[in-house]
Design a protein around this ligand. Structure first.
Ligand code: HEC
Ligand code: HEC
Length: 203
């Protein structure tokens, strides 16, 4: 019993430390992403609570190195890039990501109009290989969850991928995988249709 108790303390202590660090670091993020990490539209900041720890860390690294968010036309990305500089170490990125995941996610009200979820379902057939039939993403393929996310943010991201504003940096391997997908959707209508379908998965 005594041995078990010591083991429990030994394994708990570093985690408790990381949690405290993650919570402290996340205070720098709340002004844009909100205390619950559900995002703030006026700040152009997406929800983070739907994302996996791995994806959050990878994106923070990309912003920090300028692989994402540095394009001159990336208005939202340029707001996030300086924030990523506050994350000095990979350990800090892990800690803040773990804190964000611990907040839990929930559905977010749609704002876009004119998307046809029936047409979107057909288009989504291409997406499910990576993002999953349930839209929850797949860490092994680096594909993020698409549910419980703001629809306006997703539209901006699809346009950014299509125009190479996101994913266009030669060092952005995972972003480059997403670019042809956004191109395949064609115009804004196709993007709105697939997003309308993704919204039905978020219920
Ligand atoms: C000044 C406002 C602001 C602050 C503060 C801020 N962010 Fe952001 N963040 C944004 C915006 C705007 C975006 C969307 C950028 C884009 O379109 O690429 C974003 C995007 C992100 C993304 C990418 C999400 C995705 O789905 O790909 C992550 C991860 C992120 N922020 C984490 C953080 C963390 C962690 C902090 C605190 C250390 C933080 N942000 C602080 C504005 C902010
Ligand atoms: C080959 C795998 C693959 C396919 C197929 C795919 N995606 Fe992606 N998607 C990714 C990856 C990888 C990322 C993350 C890119 C990065 O690291 O910046 C991503 C990112 C995204 C994002 C940004 C999410 C965020 O939080 O910033 C959206 C939106 C998205 N995909 C929608 C779609 C849609 C809609 C389709 C179908 C038309 C699709 N994807 C098909 C791999 C894929």
């Amino acid at each position: 019993m005594a041995v078990l108790a010591i083991l429990a303390i030994a394994t708990l202590a570093p985690n408790a430390h990381a949690d405290a660090r993650g919570e402290q670091l996340y205070r720098n993020c709340t002004i844009c992403h909100g205390p619950d990490a559900r995002g703030i539209p006026l700040q152009l900041a997406p929800a983070l609570s739907n994302l996996s720890e791995k994806y959050i860390v990878e994106q923070l690294k990309k912003y920090k190195s300028g692989i994402r968010g540095a394009h001159e036309k990336d208005i939202a990305g340029l707001r996030m890039l300086p924030m990523s500089q506050t994350m000095l170490t990979e350990e800090d990125m892990q800690a803040v990501a773990s804190h964000i995941v611990s907040l839990g996610s929930s559905p977010i009200e749609p704002t876009l109009e004119g998307g046809d979820p029936v047409k979107g379902k057909t288009l989504y057939a291409t997406c499910l290989a990576c993002h999953g039939p349930d839209g929850k993403g797949n860490d092994l393929l680096n594909a993020p969850s698409l549910i419980h996310q703001h629809d306006w943010y997703q539209l901006t991201q699809l346009k950014n991928f299509k125009d190479g504003i996101r994913g266009g940096n030669p060092q952005d391997i995972t972003g480059a995988q997403m670019m042809p997908m956004a191109m395949m959707l064609g115009d804004e209508q196709g993007m709105k249709d697939v997003i309308a379908y993704i919204q039905t998965l978020s219920k």
